[in-house]
Design a protein around this ligand. Structure first.
Ligand SMILES: [Zn+2]
Length: 199
């Protein structure tokens, strides 16, 4: 998006981006969080899942506003710049084919591919979801864990991987993927998530 544009929030005329600097200030990009995940190199989270960020993410996910990947992806990239990711590939939390067909796309994969293009990281489909699980909304941590057990499998091996997801609640999904990765001999596993619900 390299042209005149109107801020998606306040409609002010801007150049070369989708959201103006003033509106960007409404997004809390320093969420306080703590997710103890065994065997992970690092977990970074772009923002708090509230207010304007939540609105943008929901439109991206459910209203087909795919260009918003740029806003969300750039917030995530800011958190990654301090790492040397030269020997990493980027991947995403998988959906079952059925669920993806229903939505038409996998938002976590779109974000991963955007970040990969910007940071020069190869995108690899490392995982697949082999079991449909009920939506996790409203469930406690132990129920989520039970639901997700054995629902992911390795599809393509890479030595070091950066997993991308959009929202983190209890951290169960990332934990489960780290477990699968480590069991399959993947050396380094890191994760970047757009937003945390807990902050
Ligand atoms: Zn604005």
């Amino acid at each position: 998006m390299k042209k005149y544009n109107y801020c998606i929030n306040c409609e002010k005329k801007i150049y070369d981006k989708l959201i103006c600097d003033d509106c960007m200030e409404f997004i809390n990009k320093n969420p306080a969080f703590s997710y103890p995940i065994d065997g992970i190199e690092f977990l970074e989270i772009g923002a708090t899942y509230s207010g304007l960020l939540k609105k943008i993410l929901l439109r991206f996910k459910f209203n087909n506003k795919l260009s918003y990947e740029e806003i969300l992806g750039d917030i995530m990239i800011e958190k990654l710049l301090k790492y040397n990711l030269d020997d990493y590939v980027i991947t995403s939390v998988p959906m079952t084919k059925k669920r993806e067909d229903k939505r038409g796309y996998n938002q976590a994969r779109l974000l991963a591919k955007y970040i990969g293009r910007e940071l020069d990281l190869e995108y690899v489909e490392v995982f697949e979801k082999i079991k449909e699980t009920p939506f996790q909304v409203g469930l406690g941590e132990s129920e989520r864990k039970k639901n997700l057990e054995n629902s992911f499998a390795l599809k393509n091996y890479s030595e070091n991987i950066l997993i991308t997801d959009d929202v983190i609640t209890t951290g169960t999904t990332i934990s489960e993927l780290v477990k699968v990765a480590r069991e399959n001999g993947i050396k380094k596993v890191a994760a970047i998530v757009t937003a945390t619900e807990i902050a």
